[in-house]
Design a protein around this ligand. Structure first.
Ligand code: NDP
Length: 263
């Protein structure tokens, strides 16, 4: 039996084990998927090999360490410097990124969205901002500190810290920070968020499975909102295809993974 895992800190909230295990079972792929609480991201490679994993997903805050842990990085992840999926191939750790395609898929139905304000500049922001720009959206990044902004600026993205920023109109306000994941904080000052949300078509939080303070604020203002479930599903389907070496199509994997959201 092949063993897969998700690495993160925190990781208890992750739905990935349920999603992948349901798909493996339904597709009769002999594998099991678990979670590993990893505090020190620099130990990722060592833990992956110690556990004899065939593949892994990586979540907050280790996606950049995951890039460094790989022997080879393929596709979009190479350009981004951020890895969320690792597959063992001939004894080597091969890195991929499925978050960006998963996210773009999840907003395809909102055809009026043109301008995006992306909150945060961590691993998820580094995956999504260049991809959204490539797909024709106008993207501005806002973070509480300078962390990660130079990297995004070097990819041609307009970036500000909270102190430098003055509000404009955005169609989508997208929270990619971990504010609200395991605390009650908002990703930016409430007055600024109110101002931004009042003119937005959609508030989107990549955190899934809970009403974060950010989504509560959007709801209280009557703004349409969405959590990260559909992104999670889409990135998971793409990761599962990599884990199962493309033996199954998206149409075979997706309904099985979707079932996990009903449990
Ligand atoms: P990182 O740790 O790489 O980045 C976190 C970002 O959040 C940084 O920009 C950090 O700012 C900012 N931040 C953290 N706390 C606060 C706060 N209280 N107020 C304002 N900003 C804050 O995390 P990731 O990018 O890997 O993940 C971010 C979130 O996205 C997680 O909650 C994760 O679960 C979720 N996610 C969901 C996915 C899905 O499929 N739905 C896929 C991928 C991620 P600074 O640098 O200044 O500290």
């Amino acid at each position: 039996m092949r063993l897969f895992a998700i690495f993160g800190d925190p990781v208890e909230h992750s739905r990935s084990p349920l999603m992948h295990n349901l798909a493996f079972k339904a597709l009769r792929f002999n594998a099991c998927y678990t979670r590993v609480h990893l505090k020190d991201g620099s130990k990722l490679r060592e833990r992956f090999l110690d556990l004899s994993l065939s593949g892994a997903n990586v979540t907050v805050p280790h996606k950049e360490e995951a890039f460094k842990a790989c022997d080879e990085v393929r596709g979009y992840a190479k350009k981004l410097g951020v890895v969320n999926t690792i597959v063992l191939e001939d004894g080597k750790l091969i890195g991929y990124n499925t978050d960006a395609d998963g996210f773009v898929h999840s907003i395809a139905e909102f055809t009026r969205i043109k301008r995006v304000l992306l909150l945060g500049s961590g691993g998820t922001a580094k995956a999504l901002a260049p991809k959204l720009t490539e797909c024709g959206y106008k993207v501005v990044v806002l973070n509480r500190s300078q962390n990660g902004l130079d990297h995004l600026r070097s990819a041609g993205i307009e970036c500000y810290t909270h102190d430098e920023f003055s509000s404009h109109n955005f169609d989508l306000v997208l929270n990619t920070t971990s504010a609200g994941l395991s605390d009650d904080s908002l990703p930016a000052r409430e007055d600024l968020l109110r101002d931004l949300l009042q003119s937005a078509l959609l508030a989107y939080d990549v955190i899934y499975g809970k009403m974060t303070p950010f989504l509560e604020l959007a709801k209280s203002l009557g703004v349409e909102y969405k959590d990260g479930s559909s992104m999670l599903l889409a990135q998971g389907v793409l990761a599962n295809r990599l884990f199962t070496q493309n033996l199954f199509s998206v149409d075979e994997i997706e309904p099985e993974m979707r079932r996990s959201f009903l449990l």
